[in-house]
Design a protein around this ligand. Sequence first.
Ligand SMILES: *[C@@H]1O[C@H](CO)[C@@H](O)[C@H](O)[C@H]1NC(C)=O
Ligand SMILES: *[C@@H]1O[C@H](CO)[C@@H](O)[C@H](O)[C@H]1NC(C)=O
Ligand SMILES: *[C@@H]1O[C@H](CO)[C@@H](O)[C@H](O)[C@H]1NC(C)=O
Length: 406
Amino acid sequence: MAPQPSRWAIPLGVSFGVPVGLYIAFLFLGGFPFFQRQSVFFFLSYSYPPTTVSSQPVSFFYAHRLNTLFLHDLDKPQYWGFARNQVTPFSLISGNESIYAWHILPLRSVLKHEDELQATPLGHSDNITTTESFKILRDDPEAQLNAGHIAQGLRTEHFHTLTDTSSFHVLSIDYRGYGKSTGVPSEAGLIQDGVTAVGWAMNVAGVPPDRIVVLGHSLGTAVTNGVVEHFATRGIEFAGVILVAGFPNVPTLLSSYSGAGFIPVLSPLRPIPPLLRLFQSFVVDKWNSSSRVAEIVRLTRTRLHLTLIHANNDMEIPCHESDALFKSAVKVATNQVLDDEAFLSWKKQKSIQFDDGTFTSIVTAEPDIIIRQELVPYGGHNGVLLTSAVPLAVMRAFSSDPDTLK
Ligand SMILES: *[C@@H]1O[C@H](CO)[C@@H](O)[C@H](O)[C@H]1NC(C)=O
Ligand SMILES: *[C@@H]1O[C@H](CO)[C@@H](O)[C@H](O)[C@H]1NC(C)=O
Ligand SMILES: *[C@@H]1O[C@H](CO)[C@@H](O)[C@H](O)[C@H]1NC(C)=O
């Protein structure tokens, strides 16, 4: 029988042709706002094991249609190992959208109110203010709230690490267009949703801002900056702001970002700066976090405890992206006019260098400003949320003991 070499030609042609063709589709369709806000093409880069997929990557568009939770009902949080009624799913109204939210009780409160919680029906609450968990939050003089965002993959484990042994309540939302929330994502819309969630915590649940830490991961860091800036312009300051795996703005990020850790987005254009700049200029939602974080520092009247955490082995958003955020914040806090090189050597003096190549940099300024950047050795883009650096940052923000604030 004759050999059939052509059998092998076809798969090879496909495997080379598809990534190249897709890359081009990314660039051109990415120029239109509609496609930047859809995730049609991103699916294709997600043939990666779904459990390790990042839930809300930043790219030309929001990967909001990518929902690794579609097999499980978010209204049944026990699936993720939460105690009965430890989590109350409910909805908030943000503009014209219905925003899906979780309120997660700390286990200490679950233990204290076990009987009432056992007796409460399970599921989505149509009127959160009538629930047992809401009463626990409202009546808890010690309640401390983390506003994050729900969602997928490691986030539910992250909520466990935050609530297992602490007294922290967690409020988490799915932005518009994600999960069970309505609408389509946009920069202004996501910030509005974050503002709605934090506003609910302060005005409905009655938790004062000095007992609220706002925490964002990945795209959530950009939303966090927008939300904190919104409140800063109104003279409202929080116990802490934590940005995990952040980035200075989307156009810059796209020149180094890899979707799912291995699909280059704009980096192949780096050798051709005019073309790179052209494509960068098409990005609609720029998420200019470096300018927002500078503004937050500028508006600080009494307190800003800002922590930036990044994993050294982050394959999606490289850790140097956090350096840019740190620099923007610190420049305003200390009135720096140093050039890049001088800034780096100045920063070294403010840093503790560890033998594995990681570091912690701490800059303090008047009135009560602490800007802290931590590079942790492991965790990658998503697992960094489960490192102890994150709950430690929350504890530090809530601590009134100045010895722990270093
Ligand atoms: C809400 O919907 C109404 C009616 O469709 C529209 O006129 C209004 O502009 C929308 N508001 C926002 C904030 O999107
Ligand atoms: C929710 O319940 C509270 C307390 O019973 C009541 O005051 C409020 O009007 C209710 N809200 C809605 C939207 O039904
Ligand atoms: C971010 O804002 C700063 C200050 O307003 C500006 O100089 C910079 O060009 C902006 N970056 C992007 C990518 O829009």
